[in-house]
Structure formats: C-alpha cells, structure tokens
Design a protein around this ligand. Structure first.
Ligand code: ZN
Ligand code: ZN
Length: 303
C-alpha cells in the first residue's frame, strides 16, 4: 500500500468512526435531556468530545501533513497542536458546567427518571462503542497508524464509562437518585483528564522539546571520517520530520568542496541514526581550539 492510499484509508477510518461517535453522542444527549439524567448527558458530552478528537485527527492529517510553503517554511505541524488546544479548552468549559449542575442536583436532591428507553439507548450505544473500538484497533494495526490505535484505546476507555452509567441507572431505579450526579462528577474527571493529556502533548510540540538524545547524534557524527568534533546539537519536531542543527569541526586547510562533502555525509548519517526523515543543517568550523569546545552550554567531544 503506497503512502497516499494509506493516508486515505486512515482518513476514511477516522471519518467512519467520527460519524458513529456523533450518532452515539446525539442519542445519549437526547435521552439524557429527556430523562434529566446528568450522568447520561455527561456521557453523551464525552462521546461528543471523542468525535471532536476525531476531527483533530482529520485536521492533523489534512493540514499538519501539508508540505512546507513560503509562509510556513518549517511545515504546518503546529496547526494540529493548535486545534488540540482549542478542543482541550472546550473540554475544560464542559467540565465546569457538569460540576456546577452536579452540585446543584446534589443540593436539591432531584433525581432522573429512568425509563426502559434509557437502558435501551445506553445498551445499544455501548455495543456500538465496543464494535468501533475493536474495528479501529484492527485498522490501526493493518495500517500501522498510531493515531488510529490511540483513538481505539480511547474509545474502549469510554465504553467503561458507559458501563458505569448503566450501573448508575440501575442504582437510581433501586432508590439512590444521587448516584446520578455523583457519576456525572466522575465523568467530568474523565473529561478533565483527557483535556490535560491533550494540553500536555500539545505543549511538547509547541515548546520544541528535544526529540533525540544528543549522545545518539554525537556518536554518529564523530564516526564520520574527517570530523574532529561536534557541538551545539539541537533537535525538535518529530512525527514524521525531525529538525536537527549542529556544528562540526574539520581540518582548517580542507577545500570548501571537501568540507561540504563531509557536511553532507554528516547530514545523511544523522538521518540514519535517528531512523526517521530529518532536515539536518550542518555548520562547518575549523578544528581550532576556540571551536573545539562546548559553546552555548552544549557539550563537546574531542578526539
Ligand atoms: Zn560552534
Ligand atoms: Zn550543501
């Protein structure tokens, strides 16, 4: 399977999951409102957030994977993080709303009206959830897509939430109406945790976290014939393209042609050492004492 048909297959899978998640969400939201069950409503909101997570996945593939252009010479990767942050913000707002309403209900003691419809909808949507998760996991394996695999895990975790809600409905019927708002608070916690992990991952991208240990690159570079030293190794990016820049020191009397050949070899060797596509910029310096030392606080390796 070539690259574009693979990403098309991933996109199609995400779209299908998106439609199913949306259907499940709407069914739960309607029943939650009709029966005034805060737990069912919160579960529906949680499914809605799954759908928005699928949207992030789709935007991520469509926008973030676009090649660099004159306005964005470093690519469009960060648009994915940006979208994720917007969704995390929406999740945070929802958490506050659910907590407020749960508090209100705990005060008033008002419980939901559980009907056969509640159980029917929760049961069917649970089955859909489990089916979606299993199918997505299989597609993720077939297509070797981390996005799909991660999303499948997420959907499976949400099936557990639905199981808890069904148990809660039983408890309400047995005469414990406060189980409903208490469950809603638990679901708010699940949503809040999801928002936190999204923010954490986006922060890694947005803050240019180093993606490869400096030692790995230094060792590879020093093995290149003609390289006397290396320092100022920096990496950032990841997820398909790593940006690397570094300084090497070579014999001061080399011709520009030879020095450039060495630099090109260094770039190739670094890409191999990282094991994924890399954009490597090599700054060439003469191997004189002032260059054969760590600068800007980076380490230096001398032969
Ligand atoms: Zn330097
Ligand atoms: Zn060049």
């Amino acid at each position: 399977m070539n690259r574009s048909s693979r990403s098309r297959a991933i996109r199609k899978t995400l779209l299908t999951v998106l439609v199913l998640n949306l259907t499940v969400a709407v069914a739960k939201l309607v029943v939650g409102i009709l029966t005034s069950s805060l737990a069912v409503l919160s579960d529906g909101l949680n499914s809605l957030l799954d759908a928005s997570a699928n949207v992030v996945g789709l935007i991520g593939m469509a926008v973030a994977s676009r090649p660099p252009d004159p306005e964005h010479p470093y690519g469009h990767r960060r648009f994915e993080a940006l979208t994720a942050l917007v969704i995390a913000g929406a999740m945070g707002l929802l958490v506050v709303q659910i907590l407020q309403e749960a508090w209100h209900r705990l005060q008033s003691g008002a419980g939901p009206e559980v009907s056969p419809l509640s159980f029917a909808v929760m049961g069917v949507t649970l089955l859909v959830n489990i089916g979606v998760s299993a199918w997505e996991r299989r597609r993720g394996r077939e297509l070797r897509s981390p996005i799909l695999s991660a999303d499948a895990k997420h959907t499976a975790a949400d099936a557990l939430v639905s199981v808890a809600v069904i148990a809660g409905l039983v408890a309400v019927q047995l005469g414990y109406p406060l189980v409903d708002p208490l469950l809603a608070i638990g679901i708010a916690g699940v949503i809040g945790w999801g928002a936190w992990t999204i923010i954490r991952d986006a922060a890694l991208t947005l803050s240019d976290t180093a993606v490869v240990p400096v030692e790995v690159i230094e060792q590879a570079v020093l093995a290149v014939p003609g390289v006397h030293g290396v320092h100022n190794v920096r990496t950032r990016g990841g997820d398909g393209l790593v940006w690397v820049d570094l300084h090497i020191q070579v014999d001061p009397d080399l011709s520009v042609r030879t020095a450039h050949d060495i630099a090109s070899t260094v770039a190739r060797v670094v890409e191999e050492a990282i094991g994924q596509p890399a954009d490597v910029t090599v700054h060439v310096e003469p191997a004189l004492p002032e260059h054969l030392r760590a600068t800007r606080g980076y380490r230096v390796w001398m032969e």
